[in-house]
Design a protein around this ligand. Structure first.
Ligand code: SF4
Length: 267
């Protein structure tokens, strides 16, 4: 009798891997070919019970997040995004190999001279340094593709990305996170979410509405009009994410000062 190979013990069951990791995005502009990679937004629990936070620096945005509402809550949609997260959590090298190989497929090669774009994250963010570093290697391996992201991981990007940024990667800081104070609006490409087109226009921002690729090619000040989700619009009111986060920070500081008392020491 020959010895049958013993499968390696695995802590978590491995779900089937999709053939393609990236999906085609619907774009307002028919000539744009944009693919995307998405994680589940903010906190949740995987099917095996593990808890996660895919947006560690989310601030007020977590209560106004379009990626935690509407179709994103459909069980099949959420499950697909959680499978993505589980893949990078459990087998980051395997995922990186698959993504690197996939980007050499002909569907990511331009046939008409227009570059193919990949948006990294619709929901979720660069939740760890190893995950960010895996993406940086992937960007460099696929110079024929232009990648872009919105992120609230300002400190991480200033440390790990800006000093040696891949030429085919554009990122934009988005307001509403716990690191808003690190965003320099005069220096950094950034985005703020406004209640509507009129208010972003009034604030001197350029609307992202005509094309998602304004994240890449638009000016430093990009404005996003809030999604048409009634309960989120009601919660946001007339302020932008930046201004809501500023108020939340001020309230937090006031609470802290009150706890400390006049002596400046915590009670
Ligand atoms: S960081 Fe982005 S995806 Fe995460 S909760 Fe905030 S708005 Fe949603």
């Amino acid at each position: 009798m020959t010895d049958a190979p013993v499968p390696a013990a695995r802590e978590h069951p491995v779900p089937a891997r999709p053939r393609f990791l990236l999906t085609l995005m619907r774009s307002g502009c028919a000539s744009e070919r944009i693919y995307r990679w998405t994680l589940p937004a903010h906190e949740g629990r995987l099917s095996d019970g593990r808890e996660y936070n895919a947006c560690p620096t989310a601030g007020i945005c977590k209560d106004l997040c379009f990626a935690r509402a509407g179709t994103y809550r459909f069980s099949n949609v959420l499950a697909a995004h959680q499978r993505n997260l589980q893949y990078v959590m459990d087998d980051l090298p395997g995922w990186e190999r698959q993504m690197t190989a996939e980007l050499q497929h002909r569907r990511y090669r331009s046939a008409d001279g227009e570059p193919v774009h990949v948006r990294v994250h619709d929901g979720g963010d660069y939740w760890s340094v190893p995950y960010l570093q895996a993406w940086l290697r992937i960007f460099r391996s696929a110079e024929h593709v232009t990648f872009y992201s919105y992120t609230k991981q300002v400190a991480l990007f200033e440390k790990w990305v800006r000093p040696d940024a891949p030429a085919n990667f554009a990122w934009r800081y988005s307001y509403g996170g716990t690191q808003d104070d690190l965003i320099d609006p005069l220096l950094h490409h950034h985005a703020d979410v406004f209640p509507d087109e009129a208010s972003l226009d009034e604030a001197g921002y350029t609307s992202q509405t005509p094309s998602d690729l304004r994240a890449v090619y638009g000016p430093k000040t990009l404005g996003v009009a809030a999604n048409n989700i009634p309960h989120l619009r009601a919660r946001q009111g007339v302020q932008s994410f930046r201004s809501l986060q500023r108020s939340a920070n001020a309230e937090k500081a006031a609470r802290r000062a009150k706890r400390r008392g006049p002596s400046g020491r915590s009670a």
